[in-house]
Structure formats: structure tokens, C-alpha cells
Design a protein around this ligand. Sequence first.
Ligand code: ADP
Ligand code: MG
Length: 544
Amino acid sequence: MPIVLLREGSSETKGNQAQRNNITAAKTIAEIVRTSLGPRGMDKMLVNNLGDVTITNDGATILKEIDVQHPAAKMMVEISKATDNEVGDGTTSTVVLAGSLLSKAEELIAKDVHPTVIVDGYRMASEKAIEILKKASTKVDAADRQILGKIARTSMASKLVSVNAEPLSKIVVDAVIAIAEKASDNSNNLKVDVDSIKVEKKAGGSIEDTKLIQGIVLDKEVVHGAMPKRIEDAKIALLNAALEIEKTEMSAEIRISEPQQMQMFLEEENRMLKSMVDKISASGANVLLCQKGIDDLAQHYLAKEGILTVRRVKESDMNNLAKATEGRVLSNIDELSEADLGYAKLVEERRVETDKWVFVEGCKNPKAVSILVRGGSQRVVDEAERSIHDAIMTVKDVVEYPYIIVGAGAPEVYISQKVREWSASLSGRSQLAVERFADSVEDIAIALAENAGMDPLDTQTQLRAKAALAKPRYGVDVFNGKVTDMAAKDIYEPLKVKEQVISAATEVSCMILRIDDVIAASKSKESAPPPGGGMGGPNPYMDM
Ligand code: ADP
Ligand code: MG
């Protein structure tokens, strides 16, 4: 008599088969992004089910856009997202490394090494690798613009915008330094809140027109035609309250029997709105930025007072405006006084292509800034924005954790060498796993070389010959197709990114290796997947 545990229609894949399926799925994901690694990596054209086209070589973006169904593949996608959130760069490397780790594990499994042994070996090796990496890194001054510039340039080197990396990296470094603040823990550490850098984009012009604004750009226009469009020495009221007469919550009925009553009623409304505007004007404000709506009549009075006004400003923008102008956002007009006003040298409405935007700029010591990204087409500005995001994150990484290391595959080969040496001191089968780990890390450098059309074996031998130095320096010069001193070429990356790549890739591959049973519920019939099988649809394999 068989014991039935699972609901009819469920499926179970066990042991080797389950493992093999998962590894294959994860490796497939790694193969997709592998060719996009590094400055000579290829771009991917992604078309979603609405026909929107994205062109990118950013690992996290590629995986975000493609619609992955297999649970193990999904884990790879998630790890790239996690890396993106955590350090902002190194997403492709993470996935490529995880793919290599899994493919080497597969070889060991085929030789009857138990997955648990491999997992243990990988974990040990990853700890060791990070230790080696730390020792090989260089401590820098977190406020050194030159160093930060190198970091931003390296991050942009592998993107579509690499030709403009010079001016863009300067913008990124200036932005991050402007908003960096002392950490609250009394140490001398700095903290960077990347939300304080507003990246606004508009297709048109060229990438060279991309600008840093010491203040905030609002994609809104001045609310009334008769208002001034330009105010110098702006004193800015920031208001989170509507300049409207509140409608009652309940439906109330007012009976008016005589025409005078109607007149009085309107006059009262009029008077209330006027008094609101008077309070704003009495504070000395000549600019009003309001998070809520503004009644037509109030607009008229504001215009008469010559107050440049923008309404329905986003909450995040209000916060940044407060940080940039050193003003205070008030939710009660009665409290408004001169001390609450923010300052900007200039507030001006300008035409940006077909839109009118309001620029609040020339703030003193702004703790929030904007980057206005321009470029030939929507796709160019989109990719430029992503690259700027990555660069901002890498600069933040170094400002907060001021250690850097040479890039271009140099640290990977170095780690690989050291871990391999260390593995000789280990005994048993975990040694095998540690060796495979070393091979996998080296594989990142090989992928860089392959993408540059270089011979992988030649490169590997040349790299290994140079890895015996005290610090990693020699890497893959993808533009000249040879192994050279990459420190001399100013290719530097944050230590934090490299650490994250190793720990995240180890984590996900160990997680996948430890699964020996996949139990999948049958597809539920009621909730059919959305057209095109979006990511939100039910997972045919298992709930993750
Ligand atoms: P990721 O998403 O992992 O950051 P990228 O496509 O940005 O992937 O490639 C990053 C890799 O490219 C890093 O290993 C980095 O050191 C390397 N790299 C960056 N600039 C250069 C360069 N000029 N020459 C060689 N390698 C470079
Ligand atoms: Mg990168």
C-alpha cells in the first residue's frame, strides 16, 4: 500500500537529478551575462512583452529584464539584485563567478564528492579569499578626488558611456563629496545617502551636456503664467499643506436663501486664501514650493505678490529640497517664519526639450544635489543613468570604506594563486573543493580576456607568471590585448565590491548545491500566468 504524501499533480525531483537541473539552470544564467563582462563585453538588447527595448551590459539590469522561471535561475537573478543594492557594481562578476563555482562543483559531484564537502570547501575558501583580498588592498583618503575619480572611471569603463567617462566621473565624484556627511557613530567615518543625489534624465542634446546642479531640478513648471520665471537670491518656503479651502469630509448642504449670503460665502473663501498667501509673503519668501495643490485664486494672489510657485512637488524632492536649501518643510502655514526659509542663488524655470522644469540651484553647501543626464536618445540617457548609478555607488563604497584594489582581473588571479597555495596545507576532499574555488575565481580574469578576443590559455599563463608579486598589479589590458600593469593604467575598484562578489557568489552557489530535492506543487488552474508569463506569475516549480 503506497503512502501518498503529495497532492495529485505535484512532482518531485530527487538527488542527482535535482542537483543537475538546478546547476544547469544557474549556469545558463551565468552564460548569458558572461559575454557582457568587462569593457570589451558585448551589450544585450532586451525586448519586453510591450515591445520596449533596453540596451545594456549591466548584469543586474539584464537579469531584471529577462523573465526567468526556473527557481535556481531565479536565485541567480536575486543575487545579482542583492549585489546591486549592496554595492552597486560587480553584478556581472558575481553571476559569472557563481556559474563557474557551480560548474566546477558539477565535475566534483560526478567524481562522487559529496555536495556537503564541496559546500564546506567553498565556504572556507571564500573566507580565506576575502582575508587575502583585504591584505592586498590599499587604504586611501576618503576625500581624495583623484582616487575617487579613478574608481568612478573604472566603473564606467565597461559601459556604453565609457567615451565620456572623464567628465561624467568628475560629476559623480563632486556629487558624492557634496552630500557625504559624518556618520552618526562619532567615528571619523563618512556616510553617503545616495537618495540625496537626484538623477533626472531627458533625451536630447549629448552626453557632454550632462550637468551637476548644486541643488534640485524639479520636472514641474511654474504654476501660474503671471508669476516670475526667474528669481535671484531666492528665499524659499517649503510647504506640505494645500493652499485650498478644505472640503468637508461629510457631504454637507448649505442652504442659501439670499444672493448676499452667496456673496459673503465667496468672499470668506477669498479672504481665507488671501490670508494664507499673506502669511507666506510676510515670511519674506519669494519662492514657494508646495507638496500639495494650490487653489486658482491663491495662485492669482501669489502671482500678484511676485512669488514663483511650484505645486505638487514629490515628497522625495521636498526632502531633498530641504537638505539642499537648508530650509524646513512645514505642514502648517501659520508656523512659517523667516528662519524656516531655504536659500538658493537662483530659482528659474527653463525649457528642457519640450518640457518646462524648475531649477533650484546655487545652494550653499547643499546636502542634496541633482545630476541632469542628457544624451542623444532615450536609450542612451537610460544607459547613462544606470552607469552613473553604478559609479555613484562605487564612489560611495570607497568613501564609506576607504580601501581599493587594482581591477582588470588582477586581484582574481592573485587570490586564485594564494588560495591554491593555501589549499596544499589542507587534507581530505575539501582540498579538492578549495582548488576548484581557486580555478573559478581565476575564471573571471579569463572571461575578461575572452571577451576582448584574447587567447584564454596564453593569458592565463602570463597572468599566473605575474601573480607572485606582493600586491596584485598585473591584469588584462583588454584594449591592447595583453597582460600589463593595470595600476599604471589607473584601473582601481572598491575593495567592498570585490568582497561582495566573492561572498555573494559563494553564498548562492552553496545554497544551490545544498538542494537535493525539488518538490513542486502542480500549477494552479485558477490563476493563469499573465500574458507573456511575467515574473509575478505562479511558479511552476516551487514557492521561493
Ligand atoms: P560588473 O557588473 O561585474 O561590474 P563589468 O562589465 O562592469 O561587470 O566589468 C567589470 C570588470 O571589468 C572588472 O573586473 C573590472 O576590473 C574590469 N575592468 C574595468 N575597466 C577595465 C579596463 N580598462 N581594462 C580591463 N579591465 C577593466
Ligand atoms: Mg561594473
